[in-house]
Design a protein around this ligand. Structure first.
Ligand code: ADP
Ligand code: 5GP
Length: 184
């Protein structure tokens, strides 16, 4: 079994691609993270994330409930240790959608069991256009995410695979092949 990590700057198209992965790889267990971020329109509690207050997040963190956690774009995000350990012990592969800090920490803890795939936009300008076009975030939030994206994009060649999400179908085909290779 493997831990498949999808890592990307905000707006690169990670959620869009993961939606397709979910349909094609039903046996892959998707980790649902805990976050202190506010829910966006269209998100479902317990499906998109477990949305919790900052105090509760810190309590869970102090009780060692997260296998990794990070502060991303001014909110906390964490991966459930119980979920990951449970699925791996059942021999299932898991899918994580986490940031560069989380990817680094999981790679450190799990070595070769974890494979990280970086999703890159074709350019910074396209990333900006997609983030604005998505229409789910306030201008300040978009500005913060774009600023962070500059840093995150410098990490694109530090992971096991890179997929450039220009044409969605082309990028997905590539991603699908990579996942098939990892779980085979
Ligand atoms: P992320 O989860 O990485 O933040 P999303 O999946 O929400 O990004 O995608 C950001 C926006 O870009 C969405 O509006 C999505 O529909 C759009 N998008 C994603 N992939 C593509 C693509 N290949 N071409 C054009 N638009 C895309
Ligand atoms: P968003 O707010 O757009 O859903 O996610 C913002 C960033 O947080 C994305 O890069 C996403 O991958 C990352 N993220 C989501 N869940 C986790 C998590 O559990 N741990 C870490 N480290 N990052 C996460």
């Amino acid at each position: 079994m493997s831990i498949i990590i999808i890592v990307a700057p905000s707006g690169a198209g990670k959620s869009t691609l993961i939606k397709k992965v979910r349909e094609d790889f039903p046996a892959l267990k998707e980790s649902i993270s805990f976050t202190t971020r506010a829910m966006r329109p269209g998100e479902v509690a317990g499906k998109s994330y477990f949305f919790i207050a900052r105090e509760e997040f810190l309590k869970r963190r102090d009780q060692d409930e997260f296998i990794e956690w990070a502060e991303v774009h001014s909110n906390f995000y964490g991966t459930s240790k119980c979920f990951i350990q449970g699925e791996l012990s059942k021999g299932h592969s898991v899918l994580l959608d986490i940031d560069v800090q989380g990817a680094d920490n999981i790679k450190k803890s799990f070595g070769d069991v974890a494979k990280a795939i970086f999703i890159a936009p074709p350019s910074f300008e396209v990333l900006e256009k997609r983030l604005r076009g998505r229409g789910t975030d306030d201008p300040e939030v978009i500005a913060r995410r774009l600023k962070n994206a500059k840093q995150e994009l410098q990490r694109r060649n530090d992971y096991d695979y890179v997929v450039v999400n220009d044409q969605l179908e082309v990028a997905y085909k590539e991603l699908k092949q990579i996942i098939e290779k990892i779980i085979r």
